[in-house]
Write a new protein. Structure first.
Length: 141
């Protein structure tokens, strides 16, 4: 029971720390807070669903094609996330969305596995350092 309470409290803390809102105070669309895990490490991240046409604005240095990004489970991550998880392009990471699916009994977390397609270097804006960018299609949006 203590472990269950501790994990739940940890996930709530992540949600509180990474609560991004727009100027009107509303949570930004097409994004959610998650726990990213790889190599027995984890860190809180913001996951943002983007269109493949948005890739050029992220300063990525790799040959990620828009077509592959749109069709698959590929992720573009910030340097801070890559360093925290000890991952590089080609590695896999697991994303756990604590608010995944709503049920009559509460939220059921969902987990998604992505292959790191690229690491953003340097980040074009501060948010990019802690964000995992994936296609909206991969998120089911």
């Amino acid at each position: 029971m203590a472990l269950k309470t501790g994990v739940f409290g940890f996930l709530l803390a992540i949600a509180a720390v990474f609560d991004f809102t727009d100027a009107a105070g509303q949570t930004a669309g097409q994004s959610f807070n998650a726990l990213a895990t790889a190599n027995d490490r984890s860190t809180g991240v913001m996951v943002r669903g983007i269109e493949a046409d948005d890739l050029p604005s992220l300063n990525i240095r790799t040959e990620v094609t828009r077509r592959d990004f749109a069709a698959g489970r590929l992720a573009v991550i910030g340097r801070q996330v890559a360093d925290a998880l000890l991952v590089k392009a080609g590695d896999q990471l697991l994303l756990t969305d604590p608010e995944g699916t709503r049920t009559p009994f509460g939220a059921t977390p969902r987990t998604l596995v992505f292959k790191v397609a690229a690491v953003i270097e340097p980040a074009p804006f501060a948010e990019a350092t802690i964000t995992v960018y994936v296609s909206r299609t991969a998120l089911g949006e």
